[in-house]
Design a protein around this ligand. Sequence first.
Ligand code: G6P
Length: 614
Amino acid sequence: MCGIIGYLGDREATPILMESLKRLEYRGYDSAGVAVLELPHNGDATRTSITKSEKKVDTLIEKLNANMPSGRLGIGHTRWATHGKPTYINAHPHTDCKGKIFVVHNGIIENFAELKAELQAAGHEFPSDTDTEVVPHLIEANYKGDFLAAVRAALKRIRGTYALAMFSSDDPELLVGARLNAPLVVGLGDNEYWIASDITAIIPYTKRVLVLGEGEVAAVTPLGPEVSTLDGKTVKPKIVHVDWDVAQAQKGGFDHFMLKEIHEEPDAVANAMRGRLTDDGVVSFREFDLPDDDLRRIREVLLLGMGTSLHAAIVGELVIEDWAGIPARAEDASEFRYRRPTFGDKTLSVVITQSGETADTLVALQQAKCRGALSVAVTNVIASSAARDADGAIYLHSGPEIGVASTKTFVAHLSSLYLLAMKLATVHGRVSLERRRELVEALRALPDQVQGIVDREKEIAKLADKYSGYKNFMFAGRGLGFPVALEGALKLKEISYIHAEGTSGGELKHGAIALLDESFPVVAICTDSPTREKMVSNVHEIVARNAPVLALVTKGDHSLDDVATDMFEMPAVEEASSAVLNTVMLQLFAYHVATKLGQDVDQPRNLAKSVTVE
Ligand code: G6P
């Protein structure tokens, strides 16, 4: 969704803003803009130059290259339209009536209509349709010579969510950031500082990052940032060291980030398990280090997520139930937040979110916490909101994921959930030492097995080529194959725009089968599992309706030899490992179908990497 970058330092701001906006593109957006406070020439007064584009960042960069503002303070934004179409006027930064205050914003000002009416009545004029525009005007209305005080007074009136970067041309050495339920960090350099909506924007510049807390304001001057509350109380800054590197955020010779990230999956799986698993299957998580007695009290596990993370949650549900014998349920966080679910303090709520910032997931986490559940966030982003709000964190250590459609973080989520399931199974005494050792062996073999699938990319691309002309797809599976089918369908539809549905093999007969004919192929997950034979029967039912079938089967299984249209052989592995390997195959399949159709796989239309609004 929207991205924010701000700079104050001793270098030219514009090239830094341009570079950072390029790095923010992956979040998904429609228009972009920057405001730079220009250095005065020959005694002129300071002036701020605004450059906007109703199109992509490249268009903005062309404009800036043609007319480069020179200054050491500036803010930039990529906008994902909520209030008002993606037009030039609606693009950020927005300003006040006098053109002195400049603001970029992520989130939604929920009471903007009321504030706008009040400000209009007082004579303020609003050229845009955005909710954001009330912010500079509200600051202007509260301005009595102290910009920071005016910002605090304005923000106290705002309901909703915001991450903001702001400056006033009356204060050429002050860059202000503020957040409420939307992430914002301050990058710390030598005599230079950045404000950014996410770390990816600033990793080439610094690895020292101040993470702003809810309702906090950062006032950044050449002396450094000072953090305070809206009431002006000073807050001790929370500084973290980020271990991501620049190369991870570049394409490294691949055509797309998504492809690069799929190729990083062997490492993503290994990194998620590194240092956490002994030969006897004893699992330890550094940032989720509860005494076994506390985990023994758990009677239910609630897994919350959205999108791909919801599919990881369903895999987690099945594995925790199976291995640990604890009732588990995966829930769509956006629905869960509005329910009155019954559970209590013997519940562990596991929040699955690669970004750690998905709005619905964060609220669902609060809900679970309010009802007394113990909570842990499984996330890729250190010090993200989910990691901070939950009682503990399990970090994926996958490095930045730039492709909007999650790939490597999904397999890292699965690997982490397998470890969590093992831990719960062990403390609950539900798994023998022998079985644990088997599972450890299986998990340790997984990175190489993932590599084995990635190495077969050409074979998968050939299949993708053959199937890329269809307009509809069904993905079917049972057991762990069911969430994998859901994820396979999601991946295909989000990056290729082909209609695709996921279903369980059993549910197929209750409706979806009516759609099938020779023009509607089914990707059937038939690898070894306790329900493999049932799935094979389902394939027969599908073939009887003339639908083409691409079946994923375990090597050596010939039961579909003369039945399926195409088969892709998988190694014989544990069912949990299969879920990972099958997913990798389906990700590559989706990638190659989408690229064959010429789609923008890294930034699919209408989608955002981190959905920070409800
Ligand atoms: C967006 C992304 C998906 C992601 C989902 C949940 O829709 O496009 O790839 O799965 O958000 O994101 P999270 O950061 O919570 O895992």
